[in-house]
Design a protein around this ligand. Structure first.
Ligand code: 5AD
Ligand code: SF4
Length: 454
């Protein structure tokens, strides 16, 4: 979501005549897009603010700004702590950035625009995407779950979903611009509940680039569009070839959703479903609303329906009260479920969250050891799983020249695994059948299947 907000900010500022420079020493305005999910990310921002304070002593005209979740979390307190900070813009106010910058230039006063109500999603044609063919598309923000370790309900507020009509319209607009792959975003994306159905035939004149021909537009009764229903609608947009989504919560990962994934080949074959811990005691203390067995059964069912699905997860090591036994349960969970990938984090207390009141009683070195062991186990499992793909042919979405070997192309398999292979630049933006010949680290080395067969 932060990346999307960043693309919106760049687009809006560019439209107002600001030039974007990657060279900070040349900049008149430095704007940091922040995240406060884990302590480490916040610490990096504090240290950058310290450095910018020094830069400002050399160049008093420099304007320093913050956007993103940290602004929502700390609000005006940050102005007191960092006098070098000139402006803050909340996740719901990105469009006001140009005005705020001009206000600082004029009055040299600290200014903030942080509004807590409303929806923090901006659909704007001005967005500066980094890819011509792939786009992020936020469909909901906020979260009504109460995971005790998590700051998101505080920084992003309660769940708000974009109306299905708006999502459909924006997805169609993006496809009209040449986008072929969309990743739907939301803090709790699969609890999406859109207010309005997609437009009825009579509404067509307000919209451009929509293809209703194959969509049974009248089958939605307007009482709310669930996430699986939204996915089915979006799959009907002609020219949209792949749809991914992140991040899902296990309690909203329903049979209906799995059935839609199985039915719709356009839906990505990567499913990210955070487990957080393999211990029921810890899951309960985290208020995750699922037990380990509930969770495992869901993954088993998904794999039964979609055998080639790649499943990834998030794990927190060293949550409050995590004993050696709890930790071993997580280790066993990774061994049993055999994920294709896992993000493994050391627990860090987020002040203001319910777990902020619990003792942070797992010593840092123990958290670190558990984190390392889990990472090493997961690396081994991932390598084994990736090996099992070698020799197979699969459809790869060609994204562009490989950053490491520009004479080759890079793309993603339906499981969103990276593959590099030789081929003409004209293939960029298309789907190609690639035979996976080898795998190095997490990247497959392949060859266009047509070349292999000839
Ligand atoms: N400490 C460590 N990891 C956290 N996450 C969220 N909050 C914390 C925290 N306080 C992790 C969870 C979540 C991911 C986005 O970040 O695993 O799924
Ligand atoms: Fe945070 Fe995700 Fe839990 Fe919501 S479901 S509180 S975003 S971890």
């Amino acid at each position: 979501m932060n990346e999307y907000d960043g693309q919106v900010a760049v687009g809006i500022l560019g439209h107002e005549g600001f030039q974007i420079t990657p060279d900070e020493s040349q900049a008149d305005v430095v704007l940091m897009n922040t995240c406060s999910v884990r302590e480490h990310a916040e610490e990096r921002v504090y240290s950058r603010l310290g450095m910018l304070g020094k830069a400002k002593r050399q160049n008093p005209h420099l304007i320093v700004g913050l956007m993103g979740c940290m602004v929502e979390e700390h609000r005006e307190n940050l102005f007191r702590r960092f006098p070098q900070l000139d402006l803050m813009v909340g996740t719901r106010n990105i469009k006001e950035l140009p005005t705020l910058i001009k206000e600082v230039e004029k009055n040299r006063r600290q200014v903030a625009r942080i509004k807590q109500d409303g929806i923090s999603i901006e659909y704007t044609e001005l967005i500066q995407r980094t890819s011509k063919y792939h786009a992020w598309l936020p469909i909901m923000t906020g979260c009504n779950k109460v995971c005790t370790f998590c700051i998101v309900p505080i920084t992003r507020g309660a769940e708000v979903s974009m109306p299905a009509r708006e999502v459909y319209r924006e997805a169609s607009r993006l496809v009209g611009e040449g986008v072929r792959w969309i990743t739907l975003l939301g803090q709790n994306v699969n609890s999406y509940m859109g207010r309005s159905p997609i437009p009825m035939i009579g509404d067509r004149k307000h919209l451009s680039n929509l293809t209703f021909e194959r969509a049974d537009v009248n089958s939605y009764n307007g009482e709310g569009v669930s996430f699986p229903a939204l996915l089915e609608m979006l799959c009907q947009i002609e020219g949209l070839e792949r749809i991914s989504f992140t991040t899902s919560h296990p309690s909203d990962a329903t049979e209906e959703l799995f059935q839609v994934i199985a039915r719709q080949p356009k839906i990505s074959r990567r499913f990210h479903l955070p487990l957080q811990s393999g211990s029921d005691l810890i899951l309960k203390r985290m208020k995750r609303l699922h037990t380990y067995i509930d969770y495992r059964k869901k993954i088993e069912r998904l794999r039964e329906l979609v055998p080639d699905i790649s499943v990834t997860t998030d794990i927190i090591a060293g949550f409050s009260g995590e004993t050696e036994e709890d930790y071993q349960a997580t280790y066993r969970a990774l061994e049993e479920i055999r994920y294709d990938g896992a993000y493994i984090f050391k627990y860090s207390v987020r002040p203001g969250t319910p777990a902020g009141k619990l003792p942070d009683d797992v010593p840092f070195t123990v958290k670190e050891d558990r984190n390392h062991e889990l990472l090493a186990l997961q690396k081994k499992i991932m390598a084994e799983k990736n090996r099992s793909w070698v020799g197979r042919s699969t459809e790869v979405f060609v994204e562009g020249p490989s950053p490491k070997r520009p004479e080759e192309l890079i793309g993603k398999t339906p499981q969103e695994k990276k593959a590099v292979f030789r081929g003409s630049k004209e293939l960029i933006g298309t789907f190609q059948k690639v035979t996976l010949l080898d795998v190095k680290d997490e990247t497959f080395l392949g060859s266009l299947a047509a070349l292999c067969e000839s």
